[in-house]
Design a protein around this ligand. Structure first.
Ligand code: SF4
Length: 231
């Protein structure tokens, strides 16, 4: 995709999503960190349901460390992989208390040292909680970047590196949200909703016209009459 198209692509997303936000409910950097760790291979909705009960009881490293692994499991057992996640959240709470005075650190290196926190989670926390210009590549961002030609790459790190290079600076702050939300609701995995896509023009997906033809609101071709033709 050339620079003019990339600009048009982001302009279209920015117009469609004037105020994009993380769909993980949180009020502090620590709540966000916990929610992102819990969201690995789970839906934001399932995480929000669990944290709506958990956070009023324990939303600081002190309280989560005190709750302990078994105590935490009771709140998150509806989320996939909850046992491992409970261990990680309690361990990272303890580490924050030991090494960071109970605060969420603001550097990638320190974040990635926390149990259960990889590059993607660190990018989300740096961007959403601290306003850094980072780009987390999840399954949606990976698909959209490759399918549309915006920033093709064979793995998440390659896509992230390319996105960081080609995204116009003014869109970097929100690019992560634009691409996730676009992939989650419009450029979906199975049948992308090209018929109502705000970036149909710049998109370089070869099959976009085929999917655009699936518009359920398009006038249906008239059914052929089954009556015999008059002679
Ligand atoms: S036109 Fe279709 S494939 Fe291209 S970005 Fe939009 S939804 Fe995705």
């Amino acid at each position: 995709m050339n620079p003019a198209k990339r600009e048009a692509f982001y302009r279209g997303l920015a117009k469609a999503m004037p105020d994009p936000k993380s769909e993980l409910e949180h009020t502090t950097p620590f709540e966000l960190l916990v929610a992102v760790v819990l969201s690995a291979q789970a839906t934001d909705k399932s995480v929000n349901l669990a944290t709506a009960k958990l956070f009023p009881v324990a939303n600081t490293p002190q309280k989560l460390a005190a709750l302990g692994v078994e105590g935490l499991e009771q709140y998150i057992r509806t989320i996939g992989l909850y046992r491992g996640k409970a261990k990680n959240v309690v361990a990272l709470s303890n580490l924050l208390l030991e090494k960071h005075g109970g605060e969420v650190p603001k550097t990638r290196e320190a974040l990635e040292e926390l149990p259960g926190v990889g590059r993607k989670t660190a990018n989300v926390v740096l961007n959403v909680a601290f306003g850094e210009l980072t780009l987390a590549v999840d399954t949606h961002v990976f698909r959209v970047s490759n399918r549309t030609g915006l920033a093709p790459g064979k793995d998440p790190l390659e896509v992230e590196t390319r996105l960081m290079k080609v995204t116009p600076p003014k869109y970097l702050r929100n690019a992560h949200h634009y691409l996730i939300l676009h992939g989650r609701y419009t450029c979906v995995a199975q049948k992308p909703l090209c018929w109502k896509c705000p970036v149909f023009e710049p998109c370089e997906f070869k099959e976009k016209k085929k999917f655009a033809a699936l518009d359920p609101n398009a006038p249906k071709p008239k059914a052929k009459s089954k009556l015999p033709k008059p002679r």
